[in-house]
Design a protein around this ligand. Structure first.
Ligand code: HEM
Length: 129
């Protein structure tokens, strides 16, 4: 099997590092999202999201080695996530995705990534408003 994973096709670890770093830079200045994050230091949360996304897209399986099964819906239950939080999360993520150059992330991969992030964010809503 020589099929290239999405992870490899979009530049591997460096791309995921940049994506998630830009995302948390935005979270840090977002007045809806910042209060949700329990830890003062966003570094550990940044690392967990990066490991998760790398694994999801066919990269190293470090996330599950360290954290076990993702069970994202359960892990988000402590946080109240309604449409406002979902929109704030996606706003930060879209800014981060937009910073990855088209030479690194072509239209097709960009569309797949954004579609996934939107679907995943919708699936984690656990409050009606
Ligand atoms: C963890 C908020 C959507 C993946 C967290 C945490 C918060 C949070 C507050 C705790 C920080 C930490 O300790 O890691 C939100 C909000 C979302 C959202 C408000 C809006 C819908 C997503 C989506 C994904 C995701 C769409 C995946 C594509 C993760 C992961 C963790 C996490 C992997 C760490 C889980 C663990 O191993 O403990 N999220 N999140 N989140 N989130 Fe989200």
């Amino acid at each position: 099997q020589t099929a290239t994973s999405f992870y490899e096709a979009v530049g591997g670890a460096e791309t995921f590092r940049r994506l998630v770093a830009a995302f948390y830079r935005e979270v840090a200045r977002d007045e809806v999202l910042r209060p949700l994050y329990p830890e003062q230091d966003l570094g550990p949360a940044e690392r967990r999201l990066r490991m998760f996304l790398e694994q999801y897209w066919g990269g190293p399986r470090t996330y599950s080695d360290e954290r076990g099964h993702p069970r994202l819906r359960m892990r988000h239950m402590p946080f109240r996530i309604g449409p406002i939080e979902r929109d704030a999360w996606l706003r930060c993520m879209r800014i981060a995705v937009a910073e990855i150059e088209p030479e690194v992330l072509d239209d097709e991969h960009r569309r797949a990534l954004l579609d996934y992030l939107e679907m995943a964010a919708n699936s984690l809503i656990n409050a009606p408003f």
